[in-house]
Design a binder for this molecule. Structure first.
Ligand SMILES: Cc1cc2nc3c(=O)[nH]c(=O)nc-3n(C[C@H](O)[C@H](O)[C@H](O)COP(=O)(O)OP(=O)(O)OC[C@H]3O[C@@H](n4cnc5c(N)ncnc54)[C@H](O)[C@@H]3O)c2cc1C
Ligand code: SF4
Length: 565
């Protein structure tokens, strides 16, 4: 039998990989998509609309469930008793942390990846982000400007369905939106308080369907998004890109297939990938004319660093030495929480309308001048609270027995809390590499993290605590407290860098089309190409940049730069 050669291999089926395989399949290419875990099946894997008291462990899950696993650390929010019987979170592949690094790497290995459970915040980046290095002298400018990427943001928004309003904010270009999410009672009170202290409080850009869109139904506001949507009312590859790619019949989808490296031919160009079948632990090779890596930021760098050959002794396409470097992240943490006494005694009404990013405080610092504050760049803040399905304030007030239960109920409509989203700056000491001593259970050398918070983001963190003190005063609230420390690095799941794009092959891994400078038939479709972090989240931009990259790749196929199989 002749060896099958595909036009394109796409590694990963998340926001980036799913978008790539849909577009390439629809263009008529034969695509082999390779996913490290099993298929995500909403009917089986999402156990929504069940109350915690109907679950054996009250939603927390069996404490022994990870006992036999190689990587036993449980993940937050999305991994709970609601998804316990499915095997869609990564607990087989270990990673390591350098001394004094505490990176928390949460991975969803099921098809669709993390966007099965994401928070859906979907703001556009702007020139204030792309040209930040020019403004303040730190890091590298992006190789694109806003006018070039804006049409792709529009395409991504029109496809995904993003709800918001036109806001005319200097750091937040407006897009093409569905009607905004309805606000909660607390949002109106917070907005009034924020106005008094000069902080914007506006509807977030949320990829959730406030009206039926592109064949997907309107959200029914059950508030279970972090456990996966059972009807597909927010953008996820499971409901959007994967079925559309499959409908073309041009897709071969391999599951439980863990890619370890990109294979090269005698000239150093990519000829396919080698993967380990999770079930048999056998190594298998698949061949294609073009390889797209979209395994999620740091995992893409892991695969590339492990792709060593005579041509690429430090990892494929790494002549710049930048592979794995410039790891950026969002500093997350709660700079203030408390309650609104004016709501005490109000009847509890369901506020878990979206279970996430209804409104936010978009960046308001350093807008006129990059050096207005003690730090450069800026951060945003999300506010949560009100009557969620579960009383999140249970651990913020003290008590015991029936008196405690009464207190929980009394405060039910009143709690509010903040979440800061502060970008880190690229730093030579924040990077990933291959641990020279450790391999995972499949024999693959492990990825190792080196990461510390920098002074700039810690200054933002300190300022946000003072903002919260002022805000609580301005809105007539009472503060209960604030986190002592930021969350662990990795918590935000918005890591960027490690495979940055740029115009100069000496200082970047890919060109502005996300095509490797050194290996013209390798493309990258995830946030690893973003040279810096912003105050905004990454998923809608991943989709937009992937659309643009695929458009360029298709024209390269037409021009004969890449030959069909
Ligand atoms: C609870 C939560 C809230 C979030 N909130 C937001 C938000 O509000 N806004 C926002 O923009 N983002 C948010 N995110 C982050 C968002 O989900 C990610 O940015 C996005 O999903 C990344 O997409 P990706 O395709 O790059 O990676 P992933 O979604 O991680 O997909 C990677 C895929 O590659 C596969 N894979 C990995 N390694 C290999 C390998 N070696 N071989 C083969 N396949 C492999 C995986 O199985 C997976 O399918 C949130 C995430 C979570 C979990
Ligand atoms: S709130 Fe809407 S988007 Fe979220 S799980 Fe329910 S129906 Fe789906």
């Amino acid at each position: 039998m002749p060896t099958k050669i595909f036009d394109v291999i796409v590694v990963g089926t998340g926001a980036g990989g799913g978008t790539a395989m849909k577009l390439l399949c629809e263009a008529g290419l034969s695509v082999c998509a390779i996913n490290s875990g099993p298929r995500t099946e909403p009917a089986k894997d999402y156990k929504l609309h069940r109350q915690v008291y109907d679950l054996k462990y009250r939603g927390y899950g069996n404490p022994m469930r990870l006992e036999a696993k190689a990587h036993q650390e449980p993940y937050s929010v999305e991994e709970s008793e609601y998804s316990e019987t499915s095997d869609i979170f990564e607990h087989d592949v270990e990673y390591s942390n350098a001394p004094s690094t505490d990176w928390y790497w949460k991975r969803c290995k099921g098809t669709g990846g993390k966007a099965n459970f994401w928070g859906r915040s979907s703001a556009r980046f702007g020139d204030i982000d792309f040209k930040a290095a020019e403004l303040d002298g730190v890091g590298e400018n992006w190789p694109v400007d806003y006018s070039e990427i804006a049409p792709w943001f529009s395409k991504a928004e029109r496809y995904m369905g993003v709800a918001s309003t036109v806001q005319n904010r200097p750091s937040n270009p407006d897009g093409e939106y569905l009607p905004p999410m309805p606000w909660r009672c607390i949002d109106y009170i917070i907005q009034k308080g924020a106005e008094k202290i000069g902080v914007p409080y506006l509807p977030d850009r949320c990829a959730q369907l406030t009206v039926a869109h592109n064949g997907h139904p309107t959200c029914h506001y059950c508030g279970n998004c972090s456990r996966g949507c059972d009807v597909g009312s927010f953008f996820s590859p499971t409901w959007f890109t994967i079925p559309e790619a499959e409908a073309t019949k041009n897709l071969t989808l391999l599951t439980n297939a863990l890619v370890r490296s990109v294979l090269v031919d005698e000239t150093g160009m990519a000829k396919g990938v080698a993967y380990v079948d999770r079930k048999t632990k056998r190594e298998i090779e698949v061949y294609a004319r073009v390889v797209v890596l979209a395994a999620s930021c740091v995992e893409t760098a892991h695969i590339m660093l492990n792709s060593k050959s005579r041509h690429w002794p430090t990892g494929i396409a790494n002549s710049s030495g930048q592979l794995g470097r410039n790891l950026c992240e969002h500093l997350y943490g709660c700079p203030g929480y408390g309650y609104l006494p004016q709501l005490l005694g109000q009847p509890p009404t369901p506020d878990n309308i979206a279970d996430s990013t209804v409104a936010w405080m978009p960046r308001w610092q350093n807008l006129k001048n990059p050096h207005e504050e003690k730090f450069i760049r800026g951060y945003s803040v999300y506010m949560g609270g009100g009557c969620g399905e579960f009383p999140g304030h249970y651990n913020q007030i003290e008590g015991f027995g029936s008196e405690y239960k009464r207190a929980i109920k009394r405060y039910y409509p009143t709690p509010v809390g903040a979440l800061i989203q502060a970008p880190t700056l690229p730093s030579p000491t924040n990077y990933v590499d291959i641990d020279p001593e450790k391999k995972d259970i499949f024999g693959i050398p492990q990825l190792r993290f080196h990461f510390q918070w920098g002074a700039n983001e810690l200054l933002m963190w300190e300022q946000s605590k003072q903002v919260m003190i002022d805000l609580f005063k301005a809105m007539g609230g009472e503060m209960w407290g604030a986190d002592d420390e930021p969350n662990r690095p990795g918590t935000s799941l918005h890591e960027t860098g490690v495979c940055r794009f740029g115009s100069d092959p000496k200082t970047s891994v890919t060109n502005k089309w996300a095509q490797a400078h050194d290996v013209a038939n390798v493309y990258v479709c995830d946030a690893s190409i973003f040279p810096s972090s912003t105050d905004k989240t990454t998923t809608m931009p991943i989709v937009a940049f992937t659309m643009r990259t695929c458009d360029n790749m298709l024209s390269n196929f037409k021009k004969g730069v890449h030959k069909r199989a």
